[in-house]
Design a protein. Structure first.
Length: 144
């Protein structure tokens, strides 16, 4: 991509961001930046896989190695990525936040049914070890 295209794309994105923020489509930046990082990572991953590798031999011949990603692999990879990004976006925007918090309550029950009584033994040890630390933290919070 040429420099003038990057500049034009940056202006378009900045204008769209300001327009969306003024209209009320875009929430606060704390919600947007993780999604932007995920998108930039996906773009970088795609561009790294599609760039042909150029090398020259001793005789001056130029050889391009093109390692294309098969369409089936892209389809297999993109489905969980889109699902996870969509789920994280819905949780961060507050649509699925309460359901996510309620699902955290079921984790100990699932671990108990998978691990049995060993899970309870480990939990008792963790509680016994963490209780003094939590008490100290509580006292520090009350002091300061």
């Amino acid at each position: 991509m040429e420099g003038k295209h990057v500049g034009a794309l940056a202006l378009i994105l900045f204008g769209a961001f300001l327009f969306g923020k003024n209209v009320g489509f875009i929430p606060r930046p704390g919600i947007i930046w993780p999604l932007l990082l995920i998108g930039l990572g996906l773009v970088a991953l795609y561009q790294a896989g599609t760039q042909p590798k150029r090398r020259e031999t001793e005789s001056g011949e130029v050889i391009y190695e093109v390692k294309g990603i098969p369409a089936l692999f892209q389809a297999i990879v993109i489905v969980p990525i889109v699902f996870i990004v969509g789920l994280v976006a819905l949780i961060m925007l507050g649509v699925l936040g309460p359901f996510f918090l309620l699902s955290l309550l079921f984790i100990p029950f699932v671990l108990f049914f998978k691990l049995g009584w060993a899970f309870l033994k480990v939990m008792v040890a963790i509680v016994a070890g963490a209780a003094p630390l939590l008490l100290i933290l509580l006292l520090l919070f009350l002091i300061f």
